[in-house]
Design a protein around this ligand. Structure first.
Ligand code: PMP
Length: 360
């Protein structure tokens, strides 16, 4: 087993027990004599896998009746197009909140399909905050309001769910399943798999039934939510291996006490790391405003960025990898998704303190 602690923003680490189980079942899933990768997606075995994955996800998130759960391809980026294609409506318009890199990409893509109103932006803060609750109003007659609950690159996370009189659409890619949420507040949630769900190549979509069947006439068949909903994610060959691993991750999450259990651990981890930054006497700095700090992607800088390379090289030696910030943000970023053990964060904090002692 790897002795590294992997702080990558995604594809990110998976729980060791999940990898071990996948390894044990690699050649022969439950006595079927087949690897999951070789199975017919319409066969009895795979139907059991996808059914269990969906049931466990519904249980974890307490998904109310009246919502479809879809396992689709194309990553979260494809949702940037699918959302407006399906929900904007002919001649319609949509509201977006701009909180950083990923919401900007969603906005850019949606503009191809209709009018987009950016009703609030935290650009003026260099995306170190999110638009404040109550500081903006939706436009009249908008088809939906879209926001990004956690900006993976900037390391900002909404501390609240926006109120909207219209269907609320959320890119939850990087904080999905990290805490309890009230699904009934949302019209549609999507999340790319490679952070808290499983391997890349899949996106999970949770969509309220009344939002199906509204796609623009030009919508490609494969990008129509209703097509996938009617076929229970089996319109074409679905991403079978990611669905299987996701199912194992969901079972693992249930064993951690579900989302309440994992949320407590996530708070503990983020608390340890931000405390280490804040208590470093300025050696490390977290640029994000305290109330918008992400619990998943902890962005920080060294006061002296000439030390960045030494910091990263020493971390790697200590088995702490993938700490370099995104190329558009610079500095450091420690992604501490569900699968990161508390011990991994303690090891990082210990290293940071030691590095500061040596170089402060
Ligand atoms: N949204 C967010 C919040 C993300 O973090 C990412 C990927 N890091 C994406 C969208 C794009 O995801 P994908 O690469 O799966 O298309």
């Amino acid at each position: 087993m790897s002795k590294l602690y992997n702080f990558s923003a995604g594809p990110a680490l998976l729980p060791h027990p999940v990898l071990a189980e996948a390894q044990a079942e690699m050649f022969d899933w439950h006595g079927s004599g087949l690897s999951v990768m070789e199975m017919s997606h319409r066969g009895r075995e795979f139907m059991e896998i996808i059914h269990d994955a969906e049931a466990d996800l519904r249980e974890l998130l307490n998904v109310p009746a009246g919502y479809k759960v879809l396992f689709l391809q194309g990553g979260a980026s494809q949702q940037f197009a699918m959302v407006p294609l399906n929900l904007m409506g002919e001649g319609g318009h949509a509201d977006y909140l701009d909180s950083g890199h990923w919401s900007r990409l969603a906005i850019k893509e949606a503009r191809r399909y209709g009018q987009v109103n950016v009703v609030a932006s935290s650009e003026a803060s260099a995306y170190t905050t999110v638009p404040a609750q109550g500081s903006y109003q939706g436009s009249s007659g908008a088809s939906y309001l879209h926001y990004t609950s956690n900006e993976t690159i900037n390391g900002v996370q909404f501390p609240y769910i926006p109120d909207s009189g219209v269907p609320l659409v959320c890119d939850m890619s990087s904080d999905f399943l990290s805490r309890e949420i009230d699904v009934s507040r949302f019209g549609l949630i999507y999340a790319g798999a490679q952070k808290n769900i499983g391997p890349s190549g899949m996106v999970v979509v949770i969509v309220r039934d009344d939002l199906l069947g509204r796609a623009l006439p030009c919508t490609p068949t494969m990008l129509d939510y209703r097509v996938h909903a009617d076929a229970d994610s089996m319109y074409n060959t679905p991403p079978t291996w990611p669905i299987y691993i996701a199912g194992l991750v969901f079972k693992w999450l249930k064993a951690q006490g579900g989302l309440r259990g994992i949320a407590a651990l996530n708070s503990e981890k983020a608390g340890l790391l931000y405390h280490a930054i804040d208590a470093s006497g300025g050696f490390y700095r977290a640029p994000v405003a305290a109330d918008a700090r992400s619990q998943m992607n902890v962005v920080f800088r060294l006061a002296d960025d000439a030390l960045d390379e030494a910091f990263l090289a020493g971390a790697k030696k200590a088995g702490l990898v993938q700490l370099k910030g995104h190329r558009v943000a610079g500095g450091m970023r420690a992604s501490i998704y569900n699968a990161m053990p508390v011990d991994g964060v303690k090891a990082l904090v210990g290293y940071m303190q030691e590095f500061a002692r040596q170089h402060g």
